[in-house]
Design a protein around this ligand. Structure first.
Ligand code: NOJ
Length: 546
C-alpha cells in the first residue's frame, strides 16, 4: 500500500452499495455486506473500490440526495462500521474511494430546510439558487433550463405566508437542490467534509456532477431545440455545465488532498463533449483523474473506439494525467445488453426495450472482448459490480417496482437506470440468488442465480475467471509502456504495450490470424491458450515475438 502513484494504473471496482450484498435481510445492500465480500474483491484482483453514496439520505436518487454528509444512512450501517470497512479494505490491499455530491443536497438537508422558512434574499437562501419567477406574478420558471431527469429544472416554493413564492434550481430531481458555489460557506463546508473522510483513512473521492457546480449568475436561457436532448454539452459558454469557474474549486481540493500522506486522490464525473475539455479537469494543480465517458459512449466499432483511445491518450499525456477507461456504471446500460443490439452506441437517457431487441450471446461475446481491450490499455480501468460476471440489464422490471426518478419525471416514457442496478447474484439459490435473505429492493430477473459468483467460480470458462486472469496478467506486467498501434483498420485493432503484451481485437466478420511466433496469453472466447485464428467479436492477448 506504500505506492503513492497507485492511482495512475489501478483497476477500480465500483460498488453500488444498495445492490452489492445485504447482510441484515432488509433487501438492501449494506456496509456489513461489503465487508463480508472484501476477500472476493481482493481475490478478483482489483486495486481499489469506489463506493456510491452511503450518507444519510431520503434516497430519492440512490443516495445522490444527501441529507448529512458526515453520517451513514442507517440502512447501510453506521460510522463505526464505515471505519471498520476502510481499515479492513486496506488490510486486503484495497484502497477506498467514496462519492462526494457537491452539486446539490437533498431538500431534507438542514440548509435547505432553513432556506425554505427564510425570506427571499436571506443568507439561508443564498446557499442555493432561489430566484424570482418570470411572468407578471412570478408564475413562470426563471428560465428554460431542464432537469436531466426530465421537466423544468425549477421548482416553485410556498413561502411561510402560504403564498406561492420563489423558485429553486434542481438540475436533477426536485428533491436535489443545486448549491450556490459562489457562496464561500459552500466552499468551506465541502473542504471540511472532504477532511472528515480523509481523516478516517479514505483514499479518494469520485466527484458527482463535477462539471456542474458553477452557474451563470444571470441564469440566461439555454435555448433548447431538440426535444429529446436532456443535457446540451456542446453549447459555447454553457450556463450550467463545464464553466471555467469550476477549476478554481478543484485547485483548492487538490491542495487539501496533497496535505495527506499518502496524498488523497480524485476522479471527476465529467460528461464533456471532447477530450481537450476533459483534460482541463486534470491539468497540473487540478484533479488527478477523470472518467472518460467518450469511451463508454462509443459504439462497438473499431474506428470509433480507436479514435477515442487516440484522442484520450493525446489529451491526457499533454497534461501529464493518466488516461482512464470505463465501459459501465450505475447510470448506463450494461455492455452485455448494449453491445447485443443492432445500434451499439450508448443512448442518452434511454434503455431497455425502447431501443430494440438484444442478442445476449452476441452482447456477451463483445463485452468479454471489450474487457480485454480496456484492461490492455495504459492507465486506470473501472469495473462496475457484476461486469466481472457478464451480467445483462434487467429489461422487464415491473412498472410498479421501478425506483429511478427518471420514470416519474419523464411521465413514464423512460424506464431509467434500474435495469443495470439489480442486486448481485452471489449463489445458486433461486430465491434472491444469495444477495440477502429478503426480497431484494429491485427484483432480479428469472434465472439470475445462473450468473452467480458461485456458479462462475466453478466454471473455468466464466467471465469471472476471464476478468480475474486478465487482472492477474495486467498486474504482472510493467504498467509503464505506452500504446503502440500495429493495426488500426475498420475491423481490427492491434496494439503493443512494450515487449510483454500485444492485444488484438477483431471487430470484423472474418477470422484474424494470430501473428506467427507470438505467445498466446489470454482469449475472450476460450480458456485454451491457443494460437487459433481470432474469430469475430473476440480479443486476444499475446506476448509478441521478440
Ligand atoms: C450522477 C450519478 O452517477 C447519478 O446516479 C445521479 O443521478 C446524478 N449524478 C445526480 O447526482
Amino acid at each position: 500500500m506504500a505506492d503513492a502513484q497507485w492511482w495512475r494504473t489501478a483497476a477500480i471496482y465500483q460498488i453500488y452499495i444498495r445492490s452489492f450484498a445485504d447482510s441484515d435481510g432488509d433487501g438492501i445492500g449494506d456496509i456489513a455486506g461489503i465487508r463480508s465480500r472484501l476477500g472476493y474483491l481482493a481475490q478478483l484482483g482489483v486495486d481499489a473500490i469506489w463506493i456510491t453514496p452511503w450518507y444519510a439520505s431520503p434516497n430519492n436518487d440512490g443516495g445522490y440526495d444527501v441529507r448529512d454528509y458526515r453520517a451513514i444512512d442507517p440502512t447501510y450501517g453506521d460510522l463505526r462500521e464505515a471505519e471498520l470497512l476502510i481499515g479492513e479494505a486496506h488490510q486486503h490491499g484495497l484502497r477506498v474511494i467514496l462519492d462526494v455530491v457537491p452539486n446539490h443536497t437533498s431538500t431534507d438537508h438542514p440548509w435547505f430546510q432553513a432556506a425554505l422558512v427564510a425570506p427571499p434574499g436571506s443568507p439561508e437562501r443564498a446557499r442555493y439558487h432561489f430566484v424570482d419567477g418570470r411572468g407578471s406574478g412570478g408564475e413562470l420558471p426563471p428560465n428554460d433550463w431542464r432537469s436531466t431527469f426530465g421537466g423544468s429544472a425549477w421548482q416553485r416554493v410556498t413561502e411561510v405566508d402560504g403564498e406561492p413564492g420563489q423558485w429553486y434550481l434542481h438540475l436533477f430531481d426536485p428533491s436535489q437542490a443545486d448549491l450556490n458555489w459562489s457562496h464561500p460557506e459552500v466552499h468551506r463546508e465541502f473542504l471540511d467534509i472532504l477532511r472528515f473522510w480523509f481523516d478516517r483513512g479514505v483514499d479518494g473521492f469520485r466527484i458527482d456532477v463535477a462539471t456542474g457546480l458553477v452557474k451563470h449568475p444571470g441564469y440566461p436561457d439555454l435555448g433548447y431545440r431538440e426535444e429529446d436532448l436532456l443535457v446540451l454539452t456542446n453549447v459555447p459558454d454553457h450556463p450550467h455545465r463545464d464553466r471555467d469557474g469550476v477549476h478554481a474549486i478543484y485547485r483548492d481540493w487538490r491542495r487539501l488532498a496533497g496535505e495527506y500522506d499518502p496524498p488523497r486522490i480524485f476522479v471527476a464525473e465529467a460528461w464533456v463533449a471532447d477530450s481537450e475539455r476533459l483534460a482541463r479537469y486534470v491539468a497540473p494543480g487540478q484533479l488527478h483523474t477523470t472518467f472518460n465517458f467518450p469511451f463508454l459512449q462509443s459504439a462497438w466499432d473499431a474506428g470509433e473506439l480507436s479514435s477515442v483511445i487516440e484522442s484520450t491518450l493525446h489529451a491526457m499525456s499533454r497534461v501529464g494525467a493518466p488516461p482512464t477507461w470505463v465501459l459501465s456504471n450505475h447510470d448506463v446500460e450494461r455492455t452485455v445488453t448494449r453491445y447485443g443490439r443492432a445500434d451499439t452506441r450508448k443512448q442518452p437517457g434511454r434503455s431497455g426495450h425502447e431501443l430494440g431487441p438484444v442478442d445476449i450471446e452476441l452482447g456477451r461475446r463483445r463485452a468479454r472482448a471489450a474487457i480485454l481491450l480496456m484492461l490492455a490499455l495504459p492507465g486506470v480501468a473501472y469495473l462496475y459490480q457484476g461486469e466481472e460476471l457478464g451480467l445483462p440489464d434487467h429489461m422487464d422490471i415491473p412498472v410498479d417496482r421501478i425506483q429511478d426518478p427518471i420514470w416519474t419525471r419523464s411521465g413514464g416514457r423512460r424506464r431509467g437506470r434500474d435495469g443495470c442496478r439489480v442486486p448481485l447474484p452471489w449463489t445458486l439459490d433461486p430465491k434472491g440468488a444469495g444477495f440477502g435473505s429478503a426480497d431484494p429492493w429491485l427484483p432480479q430477473p428469472h434465472g439470475w442465480e445462473t450468473h452467480s459468483v458461485q456458479s462462475q467460480l466453478d466454471d473455468p470458462t466464466s467471465t469471472y475467471h476471464l476478468v480475474a486472469r486478465a487482472l492477474r496478467i495486467r498486474r504482472s506486467l510493467d504498467p509503464a509502456p505506452e500504446l503502440e498501434w500495429v493495426v488500426r483498420s475498420d475491423s481490427v485493432l492491434r496494439f503493443r504495450r512494450g515487449p510483454a503484451l500485444e492485444c488484438i481485437v477483431n471487430f470484423g466478420a472474418t477470422e484474424v490470424p494470430v501473428p506467427a511466433g507470438a505467445v498466446p496469453l489470454l482469449r475472450s472466447d476460450t480458456i485454451d491458450v491457443t494460437p487459433d485464428p481470432i474469430g469475430p467479436d473476440t480479443a486476444a492477448w499475446l506476448r509478441p515475438r521478440g
